[in-house]
Design a protein around this ligand. Sequence first.
Ligand SMILES: [Zn+2]
Length: 148
Amino acid sequence: MSGNVGWSAKQGLPARAGSYVLVLYLARTARLQIGRLGRFDFLAGWYLYTGSARGPGGLAARVSRHLHGASTLHWHIDYLRRVASVEEVWWREGVERRECEWAQAIGGWPGAKVIAPRFGASDCGCATHLWWVAANPFDIGSITLGAR
Ligand SMILES: [Zn+2]
């Protein structure tokens, strides 16, 4: 059984399938074009982005791309990542895709806002996979997502 869970971890992720949350920080308000999704005004502050990795290299490869910045802009998150820093990565191994479940949980946090509808959520029914959250998410995140 692979049940590894990481918290506050940017390194040492397994090269296996899993789901993750990026905790991003945007220092100042930015108007950004997000591929074909559209142009949005991103508030400064904290963002949580949920995703899953099931391709070659698993979590290690995908999160490495997010940490170092992608040379080609493919996913919506690649556009935001050019101006926002990744402060933490929360992850859990497993082939189940938890990104939708986690996105919906985060959307229930007090003050959570959708900045760009359908961001990262082109193929599912979620409002978004990227939430702006009013407070530093480090403490409440663990409880809500049950990752520790
Ligand atoms: Zn979804």
